[in-house]
Design a protein around this ligand. Structure first.
Ligand SMILES: C[S@@+](CC[C@H](N)C(=O)[O-])C[C@H]1O[C@@H](n2cnc3c(N)ncnc32)[C@H](O)[C@@H]1O
Length: 205
């Protein structure tokens, strides 16, 4: 279960952080992001829309390469098709709907200008090597489904090695059994992930 602009607050916070990050980059910078466990693509396309808007607001001609991945090949097929039911009107503002989506028979399709920013691939965060050289990793609503041992194993993998910028991620991760303080921190909209990196990894594109 996923949606466009799921929980609005983290996206607004992320947009602010992205504008600051992009402002320090060369005008022709290619921003790289990975959305693991992207399900049917809504989160990855939302990020593409937010990035496009940030670049426009900064007057930048930079572009983005967003990798969306998920364990479920059927979800990836849906993401690639980029067609969604009419119910997305509840999640996407009329302005964005008009600008970034085309009306089709029984719903909407994401427009090419956004689609071409995102590449989708089947991928397991547990058994496949992580994508690297990222400016941003957005992993939402995955770790909550995994046990504590897996969460511990995965968290360091999500810290890209030698990050070219200041990676940030909208947080929706964690273990329900943690302390109230940890839960509050988990709910903070954007986490700075510029901590020391701990693992080398293959580049996978
Ligand atoms: C609740 S959805 C999250 C969708 C999206 N990230 C969001 O927040 O709206 C969880 C997704 O995790 C995927 N998933 C579960 N285990 C996975 C794994 N080991 N590697 C990659 N994806 C996985 C599922 O297929 C599902 O699409």
């Amino acid at each position: 279960m996923t949606s466009f602009f799921r929980d609005r607050e983290p996206w607004a916070a992320l947009a602010k952080a992205l504008r600051e990050l992009l402002a320090d980059k060369p005008v022709d910078y290619v921003f790289r992001a990975w959305v693991p466990a992207c399900a049917t693509g809504e989160e990855a396309y939302t990020l593409a829309i937010v990035l496009r808007e940030c670049m426009e607001q900064l007057g930048r001609s930079s572009t983005a390469q967003i990798f969306g991945s998920d364990l479920d090949p059927e979800a990836i097929a849906t993401a690639r098709a980029a067609t969604y039911g009419a119910g997305i009107v509840n999640d996407v503002t009329p302005e964005r709907l008009a600008r970034y989506f085309t009306r089709i028979d029984d719903g909407y399709q994401v427009r090419k200008e956004i689609r071409e920013l995102v590449v989708f691939a089947p991928h397991s965060v547990i058994s496949d090597p992580p994508f690297t050289k990222l400016d941003l990793l957005s992993c939402r609503n995955l770790l909550i489904y995994l046990d504590t041992d897996l969460q511990r194993r995965l968290t360091p993998l999500f810290h890209p090695r030698d990050p070219p910028g200041r990676p940030v991620v909208p947080r929706h991760v964690g273990d329900r059994r943690r302390s109230a303080g940890a839960v509050r921190r988990r709910r903070s909209a954007v986490e700075d992930l510029s901590a020391p990196q701990r693992r080398s990894a293959d580049v996978r594109q």
